[in-house]
Design a protein around this ligand. Structure first.
Ligand code: OGA
Ligand code: MN
Length: 291
């Protein structure tokens, strides 16, 4: 009896930092093949340093995307009673179709700066997004460095927010007809679904860096703070967050994979023409309880 073994690819991996507040481009790797242990470790280290990594000109099946992603962690699985974006399509799959085509999630509109799954008890640690079809214009994705956003806060603001906990309300459990709110001020009305407060300033579980852990628009509430004061503080922090010096804008090409640290970044998607096709595949990895 003979066995054939697939030798892991250990070629010449190169990671080139982008001329941007975050991000590195990874070359010298075919992601469809199993990478050597040293390559996996290099990529892990680079993600910690650059927050997002971009792989160009890849060609993958869903299975190959899952294979590659899971070298870096177990798959994210939302609790049954906490819907996430992909729950709306009725199919919870390990490979999420992010597309304006039938069966896809997110449509063609703008998606404001957010980190995935922040309203769940254990938000995902990282995600991979692989571009299969891309419109000729629009639909760029921006990633924002939340460590930089934290570091550039005034010292007194850092002290003020050091120990605060924030509830991010699940946008998929909004009461029908309720107007959009960026801060929950009607706290006398009981919430009918479970909520999971997280530190407003979280610590990255590997690098130890401090992160301003806040979505740009999703409805939030600071635990134990008077509503007006909380709303003002959140508005100030959000104004600070959204600055060009903190983000990188990614213009997609077919075959790109962006691997992002979902603990230390926000991402935002531009709108695009509804008549063009945009199809990406996402795999998200499990994360721990933020601290
Ligand atoms: C996501 C997401 C943005 C995009 O998949 O979580 O926000 O560019 N995607 O499609
Ligand atoms: Mn997202």
């Amino acid at each position: 009896m003979s066995y054939t073994t697939i030798a892991p690819i250990s070629g010449h991996l190169k990671i080139t930092p982008l001329n941007a507040p975050l991000g590195g481009v990874v070359t010298g790797i075919d992601v469809s093949q199993p990478p050597a242990p040293s390559i996996i470790l290099q990529i892990k280290k680079a993600l910690c340093e650059y927050h997002i990594l971009i792989f160009k000109q890849q060609k993958l099946t869903d299975e190959q995307l899952l294979n590659f992603a899971t070298y870096f962690g177990a798959l994210f699985v939302p609790p049954d009673n906490v819907p996430v974006l992909e729950s709306a399509s009725g199919i919870i799959s390990n490979v999420v179709i992010v597309s304006n085509q039938e069966g896809g999630s997110l449509g063609d509109g703008e998606v404001p700066f957010h980190t995935d799954h922040i309203w769940t008890p254990y938000p995902s640690s990282a995600s991979f997004l692989y571009a299969e079809e891309i419109p000729s214009e629009g639909g760029d994705t921006y990633w924002l460095n939340l460590n930089l956003a934290y570091e550039t806060l005034e010292e007194e603001v850092k002290q003020e927010i050091a120990n605060l906990q924030v509830i991010t309300y699940n946008p998929l459990l909004r009461e029908p007809g309720k107007p959009f709110s960026s801060y929950r001020s009607n706290s006398h009305i009981p919430v009918t679904h479970p909520v999971f407060p997280h530190p407003l300033v979280r610590t990255h579980p590997e690098s130890g860096k401090k992160i301003l852990y806040l979505n740009h628009k999703t409805e939030v509430e600071i635990v134990g703070m008077e509503a007006d004061k909380g709303a003002n503080l959140i508005a100030t922090l959000r104004e600070h967050l959204y600055q060009e010096r903190f983000y990188y804008r990614h213009k997609w090409s077919v075959g790109d994979i962006v691997y992002w640290d979902n603990q230390s970044t926000l991402h935002r998607r531009e709108a695009f023409d509804s008549y063009s096709r945009r199809v990406l595949k996402r795999v998200s990895l499990a994360g721990g309880k933020p601290f």
